[in-house]
Design a binder for this molecule. Structure first.
Ligand code: CMC
Length: 430
């Protein structure tokens, strides 16, 4: 493909073009500043490619999501979460033997060091589980230092996937004052998590296979989403040479915000609010359009998808069936469907191409599984973990990686002389 030509005043600059494997085009501006002293300004990075990546492809116009070439619909219909984790991290679907070894390793590293249990005791009972998750994940680096041994990083990848579900379940048990339930080696990944969440020592607890299967699918749907806020955070932290656990911990914090992973619990809060207000959906659609109010339709809109989010389509298509089979009649599902219908018919949402995203229906399924609202974003983190790891490893192994260090356009005061305190006027009431 031809170079791009940029005219800056009298200067004409040839900039190389990069074309991805799906025909995505980018102008390579890396030499722009050195040649001209000019940078690009792109607040929120909506138009900036921060890396070349072979992991996930999204076509936001067409509503396509693929991991390593496999469509999300194909993967959710035929695969398991651990298989997708393997695919993301190692680049190919595993053979039977490779998957068995991978799962066996995940099973055998799922215990937490007994000393780590004490950490949970220090948190208040009402600590947000995402805060607990991010800090405990960060503290894994104090136990498993990957800078000391050659193969420690490879093992830390396994440890992290194996232990994160134990950490998440312990955080929940701590928050409700129940004893921790240890991982079981005879259960698959999602069943083991559900067992640690819901079993109590005094009773027999059988994991419902439908709930386990639903969780498995939800985790696949969240497994990666290219350079979103939390993944870019993971890469950014890692680009300084920081360790895997610290980088992932930062990603968990980024995910917790209501504009990102925190939207799934915000959706349920919003649907509850609408239900308590008599189910008046139109009122809230109007409010979301009102620029003088802060209210937004949570679970609606996406930076990249300007068409239906394919993940939301998969969740919506299974929500009715799963609730039916579990014998649950959730009035919030009816409100969600009505809200979606009214919003999609509205000119405001159509003009801005705002569609339901993955978070719009996922909370309804988490609720049906008995997962409390404050754990929803933790569920997202469990699902996203393999994607974060794959992206971090790709960043680390790419010889072209440099420390992430954006520029800025400075708009503050020009250089001036220090004013002694006695000569300063009062400039603010602070
Ligand atoms: N409700 C009402 N208006 C909206 C919404 C919404 N949910 N989302 C975007 N808009 C409007 C926005 O006000 C703006 O209007 P205008 O052009 O008149 O100023 C226009 O649509 C473009 O919005 P934006 O904020 O510039 O878009 P963005 O790409 O910066 O933000 C978003 C994307 C996902 C943060 C945003 O759509 C949003 O806040 N959605 C609600 C939160 C949510 O559901 N987040 C989960 C995202 S998907 C899961 C994940 O990856 O975490």
């Amino acid at each position: 493909m031809d170079n791009a030509t940029l005219t800056l005043g009298n200067e004409v600059l040839e900039l190389p073009m990069v074309v991805g494997s799906e025909g995505e085009k980018a102008v390579d501006i890396r030499k722009l500043r050195a040649g001209t002293g000019t940078i690009t300004l792109d607040s929120g990075y909506g138009n900036t490619g921060s890396c070349e990546s072979a992991i996930t492809f999204i076509d936001g116009e067409k509503g396509i999501l693929r991991h390593r070439g496999y469509s999300i619909e194909d993967l959710t219909a035929n695969s398991t979460f651990t298989e997708v984790a393997y695919l993301l991290i190692y680049g190919e679907l595993p053979s039977e033997e490779e998957l068995a070894t991978f799962e066996e390793r995940l099973t055998h590293h799922s215990l937490l060091h007994e000393d780590m249990k004490k950490f949970f005791e220090g948190y208040p009972a009402n600590a947000p589980p995402m805060s607990v998750l991010s800090t405990i994940v960060a503290s894994l680096s104090a136990f498993y230092d990957e800078s000391t041994q050659e193969d420690e990083l490879e093992l830390n990848v396994i440890r992290l996937i194996a232990k994160i579900k134990t950490i998440a379940a312990f955080a929940y048990k701590k928050s409700i004052g129940q004893p921790y339930i240890y991982p079981r080696n005879d259960l698959d990944y999602s069943s083991d998590f559900l067992h640690m969440m819901f079993a109590v020592p005094s009773e027999e607890y059988e994991v419902d296979p439908l709930v386990s299967k639903t969780l498995n699918r939800l985790m696949i749907l969240h497994a990666d989403h290219e350079q979103n806020c939390s993944t870019s955070t993971v890469r950014m932290v890692g680009s300084s040479g920081a360790n895997l656990f610290g980088s992932i911990s930062a990603g968990i914090s980024a995910l917790s915000g209501p504009l990102h992973g925190g939207a799934n619990s915000a959706v349920i809060k919003m649907l509850n609010m609408i239900a308590e207000d008599g189910g008046n959906v139109d009122k809230y659609v109007e409010l979301a359009k009102d620029k003088s109010s802060d209210f937004r339709l949570m679970g609606f809109g996406h930076r990249v998808y300007k068409n239906f989010d394919p993940r939301a389509r998969v969740i919506k298509s299974s929500a009715d069936a799963v609730l039916d089979q579990l014998g649950i009649d959730d009035p919030l599902l009816d409100i969600a469907k009505k809200l979606e219908r009214v919003a999609l018919e509205d000119e405001y949402f159509a003009a801005r191409r705002l569609y339901p995203n993955v978070d719009f229906y996922s909370g309804i399924l988490y609720r049906a599984m008995g997962i409390p609202t404050n754990m929803f974003t933790v569920m997202f983190a469990l699902g996203r973990l393999p994607g974060w790891i794959a992206q971090w490893l790709e960043m680390k192994n790419d010889p072209g990686t440099r420390i992430y260090r954006p520029r800025q356009v400075y708009v503050g005061e020009n250089g001036r002389s220090y004013v002694p305190i006695a000569e300063r006027g009062v400039v603010s009431a602070g």
